[in-house]
Ligand binder design. Structure first.
Ligand code: ARG
Length: 459
């Protein structure tokens, strides 16, 4: 088959080279964006008097026909046409004849492919913000239902201080809020138009880049034509934001896996989100959570991969940059899969409130509060810490928890202890005493839930 760029060549391309250099097998994903960009480009060529109106109409009709063929799944993409841009141009020529060859006036594949990627990621960013908000809603519902559920809070995975389960869930709402804000912020760098940069230096035709930008809904054209065709920062930024989202999901997954183990039994994931074992009949495995945790690796890998591709690339376009696509598509697919499953998995999760409460009864997570109690009675905190350390050691040696101690036992460690110590030690009291902005007191957590709802309603 003859090449669109065949004029300068005297030989056919080697078959293996053709396969090696082609990107059509993966960049066909950009078909819709490629046609969208071409429609805007050819409209501009007409408006600027570069092409006559009748040619513009023929090309537009032809592009819409090709779009129909692709949408119906009838397009035969071919490796010998290398990539999506030339496959579509070839199909256009087949539809409308040589006039189709006027479409590429004042344009290069270099500014074309960059435009396609901007259009593609722009959609994905909006989609991912939507997914994250769905997840926040699921978390907010669970949080509202668990404003009275007390659970051990951990540091070093050792019981530290009791908290509301709602408070724990709201930490994730905050993380996903930052993810949303990062995506939204990246939009302003994605929403810039490369088209019109030509191969690297601009074009001799009197094009109107601002008109194309406006038609495609971009905020503005790129300032510098070399930068326009060389920039892949916006993809890296997306891969980095995706990595951070996966990292957050993965931390959550780790907790879900732990919490649903028999050792914790804090939550039970719905049957629909678990799978069984082919040999052990009793098993119900949190596979979704494990896989999301596992797939975080490939998302990080895609980021590192592209960072490494771009390192040391001279300006402007280099074929290396074709390597920007597979990792990006893979990250998009991986993130879509994870986020789609996560919201319903969280929404259907059963919370074992009794078991969480029981866990709090059998630990020393109220120890800080007795130290604070002694501080309130006038003892310097450092001394109070020492006293309670000794008290806890005594408990451990005698198989007791702090609430099991008699007042006499308490008073062996400090004369300052009085009857009022028992109220201070109740987990409800311990939780509610942390009545600071951002703390685990029920009123504070309710405030956080209200504010998060407010953020959601803004969009
Ligand atoms: N398939 C190419 C890519 O993805 C399109 C740009 C090709 N430009 C070129 N001059 N070879 O990067």
């Amino acid at each position: 088959m003859s090449k669109l760029w065949g004029g300068r060549f005297t030989k056919q391309t080697d078959q293996l080279v053709e396969e090696y250099t082609a990107s059509i097998l993966f960049d066909k994903e950009l078909a819709e964006e490629d046609i969208q960009g071409s429609l805007a480009h050819v409209t501009m060529l007409g408006k600027c008097g570069i092409l006559p109106a009748e040619d513009v109409e023929k090309i537009k009709d032809g592009l819409l026909k090709v779009q129909g063929i692709i949408r119906r799944g009838e397009m035969e993409f071919s490796v010998s046409n290398e990539d999506i841009h030339m496959n579509i141009e070839k199909a256009l020529l087949d539809e409308i004849g040589p006039v189709g060859g006027k479409l590429h006036t004042g344009r290069s594949r270099n500014d074309q492919v960059a435009t396609d990627m901007h259009l593609y990621l722009r959609k994905r960013v909006v989609e991912f913000v939507g997914f994250l908000q769905k997840l926040q809603e699921a978390l907010l519902t669970q949080a509202a239902n668990n404003l009275d559920t007390i659970v051990p809070g951990y540091t070093h995975l050792q019981r530290a201080q009791p908290i509301l389960f709602a408070h724990h869930l709201m930490a994730y709402v905050s993380m996903f809020q930052r993810d949303i804000e990062r995506l939204q912020d990246s939009y302003k760098r994605i929403n810039v138009l490369p088209l019109g940069a030509g191969a690297l230096a601009g074009t001799t035709f009197p094009i109107d880049r601002h008109f194309v930008a406006e038609q495609l809904g971009f905020d503005r054209p790129y300032e510098n034509s070399l930068d326009a065709v060389s920039d892949r920062d916006f993809i890296l930024e997306f891969l980095s934001n995706a990595s951070m989202i996966m990292m957050h999901l993965s931390r959550f997954c780790e907790e879900l896996v732990l919490w649903s183990s028999t050792e914790f039994t804090f939550v039970e994931l719905d049957d629909a989100f678990c799978t069984g074992s082919s040999i052990m009949p009793q098993k119900k495995n949190p596979d979704v959570a494990e896989l999301v945790r596992g797939k975080t690796g490939r998302v990080y890998g895609n980021l590192m991969g592209l960072l490494t591709v771009l390192k040391s690339l001279p300006l402007a376009y280099n074929k290396d940059m074709q390597e920007d696509k597979e990792g990006m598509f893979d990250t998009v697919k991986t993130l879509q899969g994870a986020l789609q499953l996560f919201a319903p998995m969280v929404a259907t999760m059963k919370v074992n409130k009794e078991r969480m409460r029981q866990a709090v009864n059998q630990d020393f997570s109220n120890a800080t509060d007795i130290a604070d109690y002694l501080v309130n009675k006038g003892l310097p905190f450092r001394q109070a810490h020492e006293v309670i350390g000794k008290t806890v050691l005594y408990c451990i040696q005698n198989g007791k928890y702090l609430l099991d101690l008699s007042l006499e036992e308490f008073r062996q460690f400090s004369e300052l202890f009085g009857d009022d110590i028992y109220a201070v030690l109740q987990p409800e009291q311990v939780v509610n005493a942390r009545n600071v902005y951002g703390g685990t007191n029920a009123g504070q957590v309710q405030g956080a839930i209200d504010r998060a709802h407010g953020e959601l309603e803004k969009t």
